[in-house]
Design a protein around this ligand. Structure first.
Ligand code: CO
Length: 295
């Protein structure tokens, strides 16, 4: 890896880590998830970095791809398990990290197990290790504790301006044995649940990604397309553009861009049997004999 690239990853990682730790005190009963997401995003930008994706704030069985809508009124209750997933980029080099907090204190073992699964993978990573062994080890640790990993969500390689690049890192046994290589940058994210262990798509989506430029009619749709094209396919949220485009017009603009295949949706994912889900995630660079956790 070029030293400039390495420095960008390290800078993104250190900002992600700092903002993650700073954000934890905001996750408490009565807090609005809109405020949590917007404050984290402002902090990342204040630190001189970019947003790799909209901050996800997922509650209980909501597992991934939920970011607060514009003026989202949803607040945290005292029994929620809350997962916060944030992504920072420096010149497109991404650091992705997540944590869960158990506000009711009833799911401590689930979260501890999930945290141990992440630490287990961090200890295994080095060149030549098979993703098959990683998946089997995560599965064993989580199921031995009486829980299930989410079988259809994986860790992922990241590359410049590419959040899900190349290799996937499974959390269950898999029939293939792709090997890790020095220089790969991996976002490792085991999810654990007391439910079935699988996510399904909801009909709702509030995270989007740019596909390609095409002619559109509505002026607001044109403006939004121009804004999001500049993100080079990194995901975005509608609420980011509420100062530039009338919030009343944004949903219509989004509909037109989806219909014309200018953007795609990332539907909210929730646990198949409404189990409570936790998530812990770090980003790491595979080194000669191990890995460097950058977050
Ligand atoms: Co993440």
């Amino acid at each position: 890896m070029e030293s400039e690239e390495l420095e960008s990853y390290r800078k993104a990682g250190s900002i992600a880590k700092k903002v993650r730790e700073w954000s934890k005190s905001m996750v408490k009963p009565g807090a609005k998830i809109f405020d949590i997401a917007e404050k984290i995003e402002s902090k990342i930008i204040e630190n001189g970095a970019g947003l790799a994706f909209p901050v996800n704030v997922c509650i209980n069985d909501v597992t991934a791809h939920y970011t607060p809508k514009y003026n989202d009124a949803l607040t945290l209750s005292g029994n929620d398990v809350v997962s916060v997933d944030l992504g920072v980029h420096v010149d497109g080099f991404i650091a992705d990290t997540a944590y869960s907090i158990d506000l009711g204190g009833k799911h401590g073992k689930l979260l501890e197990t999930n945290k141990k699964a992440l630490e287990l993978v961090e200890g295994m990573i080095k060149p030549g290790v098979s993703v098959k062994d990683i998946g089997s080890s995560v599965y064993k640790l989580i199921t031995d504790a009486g829980y299930k990993p989410i079988e259809n969500l994986t860790g992922h390689e990241v590359k410049q301006y590419d959040l899900h690049a190349g290799m996937s890192i499974p959390n269950i046994p898999v029939p293939y044995d792709w090997k890790l290589e020095e220089g790969m940058v991996l976002a490792i994210e085991p999810f654990a649940t007391d439910g079935y262990g699988r996510v399904v798509e909801s009909r709702h989506a509030n995270i989007y990604g740019f596909l390609e430029s095409r002619p559109v009619r509505m002026p607001e749709a044109r403006l939004l397309a121009k804004e999001v094209e500049a993100r080079k396919k990194l995901p975005f949220a509608e609420r980011w553009y509420a100062k530039k485009i009338s919030p009343l017009k944004i949903p219509l603009a989004v509909q037109e861009l989806i219909a014309r295949n200018v953007i795609k949706t990332y539907p909210t994912l929730h646990e198949k049997e409404k189990g409570v889900v936790s998530q812990f995630e770090n980003t790491m660079i595979v080194t000669k004999d191990g890995c460097e956790v950058i977050t």
